[in-house]
Design a protein around this ligand. Structure first.
Ligand code: ADP
Length: 499
């Protein structure tokens, strides 16, 4: 356990570091590349602008006194030789070309006629663009010495001895390239080292801080989870809404609450179960010992007992057997409901008819206790959609209780009222009532109100069974009760519309 806790955060930190370093390297490389690209472009554009008029000057200065062509039409090579030397004395990176009007190279001192790779014709399109814009637009032209390469240039048209063409001057020739590459290499080296050192220092600082902040909440969470794991069930992440990982923080807190809640529930279930077993065994033992006592008496005193006494004893044993089987049935029923083994089979049926039947069934017991038992509004036929046998069971328990807890000359009423989409069922008695503080607990299994003081024998399972049946019908049961005035148990079932 300890090992996973220890490696959790460093692993993440390592990954964050790798991502960070990669990001810095990528940014550095792009910075150097972009700077280099624009620095080169800037230098080329400046050189081209500064030297835009060079070709023009060559024509104005050199070709006014002497023609670039000899009388036989060939190129005046000595003139070009001079021209080239003059120019190169000032700027070695310059290469001068004499072009005809189609762009064919007529002559250049730098071009070796035997060089197979050299070009003999340059594209006129960039030259036209350059001249049209008077050299103010950055444009690259063909480099005759390096086919495929583009260079900055200056160009001007000439018209001498009925011949037209262009003076085409490559401004950054081989020499420029050589010096520029050299300088660029040095510049990049310096820039690279400088940028790397500075960015490494700054990014390491920022990275440390960023990673510390990013993992702060994670460390806090890990600590809290560990505390919880070690048994501190109260450990929660404080102010989860302020956490960077709000969802996880909240989820952890909720999960911890659920675990603690479930533990409490399990504890109370366990307590109730123990109580139930203790109470059930007590309730089983009492009728059993009564039974045993009477049966033994009957066996021992078989000959001395009168017929009436024998009859009485047999009646008592019969009553106790009834009680026992009643309790066992209730227990069986309740445990089946609690284990969710009962699936309600819902169907439309007449709750009025069912109520009539139940009233008839309990009439005798009620009359024995001199209690009036009646059905309110018996004329109306109310149909509901529910499980008929489960509803019957619930009503039976409620009527039984009402009769059980009502004194002689009291009254028990079962009323059915149509309320919107449902039928409200109300079992009201004028009995002992239930103390207000006990009312919330009467539906809990095995809860009996002031068990010691009540003279009624019960097992506290009747209402728990009713509650389970209500749950299966997605409905709730309410109790309204005033001590010594009576109680009402009210619940609703969905009405069934007969079309
Ligand atoms: P029991 O088998 O003890 O009647 P129940 O679960 O049916 O168990 O009822 C739980 C407790 O609620 C009863 O012990 C009783 O104190 C109280 N109770 C239920 N119905 C009534 C009622 N109609 N009038 C007064 N008290 C009632």
């Amino acid at each position: 356990m300890k090992k996973t806790e220890k490696t959790l955060t460093p692993k993440l930190v390592k990954k964050l570091w790798i991502a960070f370093v990669l990001l810095v390297l990528l940014m550095g490389a792009s910075f150097i590349f972009i700077t280099g690209y624009f620095a080169n472009k800037y230098s080329q554009e400046t050189t081209q602008r500064v030297n835009a008029d060079v070709a023009h000057h060559v024509i104005a200065e050199k070709f006014t006194n002497a023609s670039p062509f000899l009388e036989d039409g060939s190129v005046n090579k000595p003139l070009f030789g001079d021209l080239m030397h003059d120019m190169m004395a000032v700027n070695q990176s310059i290469e001068v070309y004499l072009l005809d009007e189609a762009g064919n190279i007529l002559y250049s001192v730098v071009l070796d006629p035997s060089d197979k790779h050299a070009m003999h014709k340059v594209s006129l399109a960039p030259i036209a663009t350059f001249i049209d814009n008077k050299g103010e637009k950055f444009v690259l032209g063909d480099d005759p010495r390096n086919p495929g390469e583009q260079k900055i240039f200056s160009a001007a048209p000439y018209a001498i001895d009925n011949r037209e063409g262009y003076i085409y001057i490559i401004l950054a020739g081989e020499k420029f390239k050589e010096i520029s590459n050299n300088l660029l290499g040095q510049y990049f080296a310096k820039l690279g080292i400088g940028a790397t050192v500075l960015t490494t220092i700054f990014s390491a600082l920022i990275g440390l801080l960023a990673i510390w902040f990013l993992t702060k909440n994670l460390r806090l969470m890990t600590r809290t989870v560990r505390k919880f794991q070690e048994g501190d069930l109260k450990a929660r992440i404080e102010k989860p809404e302020t956490s960077d990982i709000e969802v996880f923080a909240k989820s952890f807190n909720e999960m911890a609450d659920t675990i603690v809640g479930n533990m409490d529930k399990m504890k109370s279930v366990d307590l109730l179960r123990r109580e139930l077993i203790a109470n059930v065994s007590h309730d089983l033992r009492t009728p059993l010992s009564v039974l045993k006592g009477y049966i033994e008496t009957l066996q021992i005193k078989r000959d001395t007992l009168s017929e009436a006494e024998k009859e009485e004893y047999l009646q008592i044993t019969h009553d106790n057997v009834d009680k026992l089987s009643n309790l066992i049935n209730q227990l069986f029923e309740y445990s089946k409901l609690e284990a969710e083994q009962v699936v309600p089979v819902k169907e439309p049926f007449s709750i009025t008819e069912l109520s009539h039947d139940l009233i008839a069934k309990f009439k005798v017991i009620a009359e024995q206790k001199q209690i009036t038992l009646e059905l309110d509004n018996p004329e109306e036929n109310s149909m509901v959609f529910a499980d008929v046998s489960l509803v019957e069971r619930a009503l039976q328990n409620l009527i039984e209780n009402a009769i059980k807890y009502t004194e002689a000359s009291g009254k028990v009423t079962l009323s059915l009222t149509k309320k919107g989409e449902s039928v409200e069922i109300n079992i009201t008695d004028t009995g002992t009532g239930i103390p207000v503080n006990e009312q919330p607990f009467i539906f809990d299994r095995y809860k009996q109100v002031a068990k010691n003081t009540t003279k009624h024998q019960g097992h506290g399972l009747g209402l728990a069974i009713v509650k389970k049946i209500m749950d299966l019908h997605d409905t709730t049961i309410t109790v309204l009760s005033k001590p010594r005035q009576g109680s009402s148990f009210i619940f609703k079932l969905p009405a069934y519309q007969v079309s």
